[in-house]
Design a protein around this ligand. Structure first.
Ligand code: C2E
Ligand code: MG
Ligand code: MG
Length: 631
């Protein structure tokens, strides 16, 4: 009776679990196929073990022994098949791709053990049944358990060797379900047939489910279609198989439209689009990647052009939500197996970048952006790779561009400008990598690395030789939004035993939002001894009133404004400089390329000048050689 107390709830839980899993949308990928096979094997194992336990004890005298042997053989065979399936599952999670030959080699233990199990029918190798003595394990019974443990041990090996292919969480989950399987097998040395031991396997199934198979982790919170994680999983497999096609589209101006229509209407709009796609393309996989980005995918045929035409035509009509007509326009990106990209992550990154580009460009209306035939996105990926490599290895370089005193022409300061290199060692311009660093969050680490290098420089003999008074360091708006910016910078300056008064921090108007965070950070840094300059003034909204909230010492006039004035004289710049000087700021003119520009800016009252006319930025290590006062 006690067996039933375990068996009945166990079987019920498995059944409920099974129905729930099958009722949810699943991706057609190997991982899910193997998991489904594990569930089937688990179900058959539990059922056959229940039958075996029940029949072996209660019906051995009344039942045909051949039939009973057959049921026992079925159970043991399912038992080892299941452990092989768990091993296959581990291969998939650790991204171990088995060739056909290796697949057969890995099946050998399962096949040999199956033959031994089946032979028990005649020779009692694994078990024997008799009316008198009932069920008895045979001399080769341990072979069954060794087979199970062997697959778990190979799995442990894969988890360790391929640890770069998975996250810590995945590592822990794989280790956990394999360890539970080993415990279950060890238990069978003591109780060869005990329904309680099937709970171990059920536990392994649950661990797999919660860690890798929960359908909810693959489903978007909008409209029940798949999400980005699902796209990554499906692409991972399709790229390897070399056959797939995807059509991405983005709702143009999604953020602005969201502000106009409101988030509720817009979310409903997105859901209506998803409903339409589900109805129109039931055979293709649909993904929603947030922020108005959709992907229609198929591992085989996908008539990209016909679908984009159809969608474009549908978008000519509004999407009606709560009595509001929402007008939206899509922009398309296509990608297929012809793509040279071999990583799902890179492909998704590229696709999102391409969608962002088409979504904000007027060139791509109905026109499709072909991700396979453009080097432009590749370039962005190349820059991102170089940036990550440089920041992860602290290899970003600092170049210094002199700032001269307008009246004497003496170099009295310098601006620190970050540089990184590509694989061939060529410099990449900050215009390319700073926006990518800002989007990816790398700007914080990059900014700190540049800052630390400058701290060391202003503390060095080289700095003293140059006679510089200070070095300007650029701060990105993203850095300014960090609540711990001042703490981090003060820590670094202490660590380097450097002098804050030798560093001026440049921030742009973009950073000066209404946020109190930045005002507070600036105040703390100012009290710690840093000075502040306002960079690129005149290029943005140039709000004069807002300046009073910030303790700027210096305002740098944007180089476009300087150039503009030198090409077409107008009262704008002279008046601006007059006002700024009256407010007490010193003025730097940026982008001075010629002697006449320098004279012009000097005449307007600028205090400092910076530009290629004096010098291009030079590596920080060489700066002292060029500008040392002792030579
Ligand atoms: P910025 O802070 O306004 O720096 C001045 C930029 O103008 C530098 O470009 C400099 O090389 C360039 N420049 C200077 N004089 C002339 C000239 O006479 N003619 C022309 N055409 N250009 C001149 P760079 O080094 O390419 O940096 C571009 C921008 O990238 C910088 O503009 C700054 O906003 C950003 N940046 C550079 N390094 C860093 C950094 O470490 N952190 C952050 N957050 N931003 C940085
Ligand atoms: Mg600057
Ligand atoms: Mg500037």
């Amino acid at each position: 009776m006690s067996d039933y107390v375990i068996i009945i709830p166990g079987m019920t839980a498995l059944l409920v679990f099974y129905i729930y899993y099958l009722s949810k949308p699943r991706l057609p990928i190997n991982q899910n196929r193997v998991f489904l096979a594990i569930l089937a094997a688990e179900f058959l194992c539990m059922t056959s073990e229940t039958a075996v336990v029940m029949l072996n004890s209660d019906y051995i005298r009344t039942m045909n022994l051949h039939l009973l042997s057959f049921i026992n053989i079925t159970f043991f065979t399912f038992y080892i098949c299941r452990s092989y399936l768990f091993f296959l599952f581990t291969c998939i999670i650790t991204k171990t791709r088995l060739s056909a030959v290796k697949k057969w080699i890995t099946r050998i233990p399962m096949l040999i053990t199956s033959v031994i199990i089946i032979s028990s029918f005649w020779n009692g190798a694994v078990f024997s049944l008799s009316e008198k003595r009932g069920f008895r394990t045979g001399p080769l019974f341990p072979a069954v358990l060794i087979c199970v443990i062997l697959y778990a041990l190979i799995s442990f090996g894969l988890i360790t060797v391929k640890r770069k292919n998975h996250t810590r969480f995945e590592w822990a989950s794989c280790t956990a379900y394999n360890a539970v399987l080993v415990c279950g097998a060890l238990g069978r040395f003591i109780w060869p047939l005990h329904p309680a031991l099937s709970v171990f396997c059920f536990l392994s199934v649950i661990i797999c489910y919660l860690s890798f198979e929960n359908p909810d982790i693959f489903i978007s919170d909008r409209g029940g279609v798949f999400n980005k994680r699902a796209l990554r999983a499906v692409l991972d497999e399709s790229i390897h198989n070399g056959a797939y096609r995807a059509l991405g589209f983005v709702l143009r101006g999604y953020i602005d439209e969201r502000a106009i229509y409101g988030s509720t209407q817009m979310d409903r709009g997105v859901e209506l689009i998803i409903e339409y796609l589900k109805e129109k393309y039931p055979k293709h996989l649909l993904f929603y990647l947030r922020n108005g980005n959709f992907v229609i995918f198929d591992s085989e045929a996908l008539n990209i052009y016909a679908i984009s035409e159809e969608l474009y035509a549908r978008f000519q009509q509004p999407w009606r939500t709560h009595d509001v007509d929402i007008f939206l326009t899509p922009s398309f990106v296509k990608v297929g197996a012809e793509s040279k990209i071999r990583s799902a992550d890179t492909l998704i990154d590229n696709m999102l970048m391409a969608l962002e580009k088409v979504g904000s460009s007027n060139v791509y209306g109905k026109e499709m952006y072909d991700l396979d035939n453009t080097g432009e996105i590749d370039e962005q990926v190349r820059v991102k790779g170089a940036l990550e490599y440089a920041v992860d290895n602290d290899l970003a370089e600092v170049f210094l561009q002199p700032i001269v005193k307008a009246d004497t022409g003496d170099v009295i300061a310098a601006e620190a400008l970050a540089r990184i290199r590509d694989e061939e060692g060529r410099l990449i311009s900050p215009a390319k990598f700073i926006p990518i660093a800002e989007k990816s969050g790398y700007i914080n680490m990059l900014g700190e690395q540049v800052f630390e290098k400058v701290c060391r420089f202003v503390n060095s003999n080289a700095f003293s030789k140059t006679g510089l008074q200070f070095v300007n360091v650029n701060l990105s708006p993203i850095q300014c939004m960090r609540a711990d910016l001042s703490t981090r910078f003060i820590e670094i300056i202490k660590k380097c035993k450097s002098y804050p008064e030798r560093i001026h921090l440049e921030i742009t108007e973009q950073s000066m939002g209404d946020s109190s965070i930045i005002i507070k950070q600036v105040e703390i840094l100012k009290n710690a001894g840093f000075q502040f300059a306002l960079d690129d003034y005149g290029s943005g909204y140039s709000n004069l009133t807002r300046l009073k909230y910030y303790p700027f010492l210096n305002v740098k006039i944007d180089m476009d404004v300087v150039r503009d004035h030198c090409e077409n004289k107008s009262p704008f710049l002279p008046n601006l400089i007059t006002v700024l000087k009256q407010l007490g700021y010193t003025i730097t003119a940026e982008g001075i390329e010629t002697r006449s520009m320098a004279e012009e800016m000097r005449a307007l009252g600028c205090d400092y000048l910076q530009g290629f006319y004096y010098s291009k930025p030079v590596p920080m290590e060489d700066f002292a050689m060029y500008y040392s006062r002792m030579y």
